[in-house]
Design a protein around this ligand. Structure first.
Ligand code: GCU
Length: 679
């Protein structure tokens, strides 16, 4: 039985004979121009797909205009007959074109790209059309990646533990590398390439300088060699204090010539081993990590020092904006904006500032980070978390592309209405030369890669959105379900609905109405709104919900912390006024009286209870829907998902009961009628 290892690359036989016959007729011969490592991968993938889907053994051939052919080629290498029928002006970078061409009664399908990676992406896209049983007769697709750097961030440690990883251990076996190449590395590259990912940061942002020593760099080189033909570059996290820890210097001051020289030599050493090394990802002066501020310098000093060294090698620095400290206890949400915005325009052009989607930390719901759109001269990368640190780990079913879409489609108003976050990320809002999107990986050694089978959808969706930040989550859901399970509508329609609703469900039973960061200490699993004894104020949940006898919520309005002021004036006004603030963000921006009436005429307190209950009821609904799907899913997978859904229900009730009974000690009001009382 299918164990989930193949992800969305399942090439099960197409049962519909009409469609299968049509495909076979159209794919009588397969022509792959060029012979190199990437085209070898393309050939292998096609033979696997065609054998699986159509039962056809694949024999590469040369082009014969009298036989229906699938032709994969760069424009300049196309057979002469076909060159005339295409126009490649719309083709950019690693984009691809798929076009059906009829030539003297024969139908040829062309996959054209200017680069090898483009050909590979086009091939995977074409195979997806077959898996989804789409009509391929009139194909006319031009699909260019809208974002340059589409990277996974592995928070993987050298001892193979994974920070916030819930799918087993790290897939990088540092012990057996470089000589032993696990098949998983190859399958990993293949899966990533299939969704357009072109970079991977191998190591945790809380980094270990050892990765930069020759012993480890040899291992990194081995991985880079596996990934290269798949179009995937390797990046590393750079520990800012590495010059001290592994370089023997007494400082890591970014303006000290010895330090600069150390990074120069180290970088040259890396590029000698890995000529296409992508660059560094840096977490500095955040959560105890070393950084330029330790030496009285700024993020700008640190980032530019590294960028100037990487520049001649074509490398980039991805400098994280996830910074906060105990020194500004009024509102952690404001710190990143205040530290980075003043330096807009001063960063070198190979620096990208990597910004989490919200200003706190990957909560079930946050308003978009106010930095998006506010640095017109600096490339800002999106950082999403694919692993579910605050969303029930790999136990709860929550379809994250819906969350990603909400953030990407948020309007920043920074250049008037329609200045969406997506336009900041794809660079179109301010004409950025380089763009990027990062996702904190949810991959581990678990057989199915992601622990929860449905976690595969989050990885898939991240890749698709990094390629095109304007894709709709509904499209992604449908694609993923068809590729992973079946094209049968009886399955796809109800489960698509389930996926699309699942994000709101988790918000309802964990953090409704703008509540945030009320998770239990450290592990962030389950409720802990009462926690107040941690050493730093901004680590305590009570800092975020601020419940008292009057009400609940963090006042970030003009009369509160004034965090609203970091948004464009239109939004600041809207968020800053309790009457106009969207209810979904109400307690994010306001301290609201328990008796305050919401739009439905009920009190805030009643609404909290109603939302928590709604979350629980929705999980019950998910269980029912899934139960009816037995005929379409293999019994092992069906059972596994059922078990996890039952845990989710138990924990949704736990969240409701814990939060409501704790908050009741402040509100001192009766539970609303609709809510099942805590037992
Ligand atoms: C969160 C997470 C940490 C992580 C940090 C980061 O705070 O809990 O484990 O290191 O984010 O993104 O740097």
């Amino acid at each position: 039985q299918d164990n989930g290892y193949d992800l969305w690359l399942k090439y099960d036989k197409i049962e519909n004979q009409t469609i299968a016959k049509e495909y076979r007729d159209h794919l009588k011969s397969i022509v792959v121009q060029d012979a190199d490592e990437t085209t070898a991968i393309i050939k292998k993938e096609l033979s696997l797909a065609l054998k699986g889907l159509l039962g056809v053994a694949f024999e590469p051939s040369t082009f014969d205009s009298n036989i229906n052919a699938l032709v994969i080629s760069k424009p300049e290498n196309l057979p002469e007959d076909l060159k005339k029928s295409i126009n490649t002006t719309k083709l950019e970078k690693d984009g691809f074109m798929i076009k059906a061409v009829t030539l003297s009664d024969k139908m040829h399908t062309l996959i054209i790209a200017k680069t090898n990676s483009g050909l590979l992406y086009g091939t995977f896209h074409f195979i997806r059309q077959l898996q989804q049983q789409k009509n391929i007769k009139n194909l006319e697709i031009v699909d260019n990646p809208q974002v340059d750097l589409r990277v996974l961030n592995h928070w993987d440690n050298l001892d193979r533990s994974v920070e916030r990883g819930y799918a087993g251990f790290s897939i990088w076996n540092w012990h057996t590398l470089p000589d032993f190449i696990d098949q998983r590395y190859i399958d990993y590259a293949r899966a990533n390439a299939s969704i357009g990912i072109n970079g991977t940061v191998l190591t945790n942002v809380n980094s270990n300088a050892l990765i930069l020593t020759p012993l480890y760099l040899d291992k990194v080189k081995a991985l880079a060699e596996v990934f290269r033909p798949y179009g995937i570059k390797v990046y590393l996290t750079a520990r800012f204090s590495a010059p001290i820890e592994i370089g023997g210097l007494d400082t890591a001051d970014p303006l000290d010539p010895k330090v600069i020289n150390w990074w120069k030599t180290k970088t040259a050493e890396i590029y000698k081993l890995i000529p296409d090394f992508g660059g560094f990802l840096v977490k500095a002066n955040s959560e105890g990590q070393p950084g330029p501020q330790n030496y009285g310098r700024t993020h700008l000093d640190g980032a530019n020092m590294m960028a100037s060294i990487l520049k001649p090698h074509n490398g980039v620095v991805m400098w994280r904006a996830f910074v906060y400290s105990e020194h500004d206890p009024t509102d952690r949400a404001k710190q990143a904006y205040s530290e980075f915005i003043p330096d807009d325009g001063n960063y070198l052009d190979n620096v990208l500032i990597q910004v989490k989607n919200g200003a706190i930390d990957f909560q079930p719901r946050e308003p978009f980070h106010p930095m998006f759109g506010a640095m017109p001269k600096t490339p800002l990368m999106m950082e999403f978390q694919i692993t579910k640190e605050y969303l029930g780990f790999a136990t709860h079913l929550v379809f994250l592309p819906k969350l990603f879409e909400e953030v990407l489609q948020s309007d920043t108003y920074q250049k008037g209405e329609g200045s969406t976050v997506a336009k900041v990320i794809d660079g179109s809002l301010h004409n950025k030369k380089i763009t990027g999107m990062a996702g904190v990986a949810n991959i581990g050694t678990d057989f199915n890669w992601t622990g929860h089978l449905f976690g595969q959808a989050d990885l898939y969706g991240f890749g698709r959105l990094a390629w095109n930040p304007n894709l709709e989550s509904a499209t992604i859901a449908e694609e993923w379900l068809q590729l992973t399970f079946t094209t049968n509508k009886e399955f796809v329609e109800p489960i698509k609905k389930l996926l699309l609703n699942s994000r709101e469900t988790v918000v309802n039973y964990m953090n409704p109405l703008g509540l945030h960061h009320i998770f239990d200490t450290g592990h962030h699993y389950g409720p802990g709104p009462w926690v107040s004894n941690l050493s730093r104020p901004e680590w305590n949940p009570v800092y975020y919900h601020k419940a008292d006898d009057q009400g609940i919520g963090f006042d970030r309005s003009f009369t509160g912390s004034n965090a609203v002021d970091q948004y464009a004036p239109e939004l600041a006004k809207k968020f800053g006024n309790i009457e106009t603030c969207p209810e979904a963000y109400l307690l994010w921006f306001h301290h609201v009286p328990w008796e305050y009436k919401l739009k439905n005429g009920r009190t805030l307190w009643d609404n909290l209870g109603i939302k928590y209950q709604q979350g629980v009821d929705e999980v019950k609904g998910m269980i029912k829907t899934w139960e009816a799907m037995k005929p379409y899913v293999n019994s092992k997978q069906h059972k596994e998902v059922t078990m996890r859904l039952n845990i989710q229900l138990k924990e949704a009730i736990w969240w409701k009961d814990a939060c409501m009974s704790y908050f009741k000690t402040f509100s001192k009001m009766d539970y609303p009628m609709e809510m099942e009382k805590p037992t």
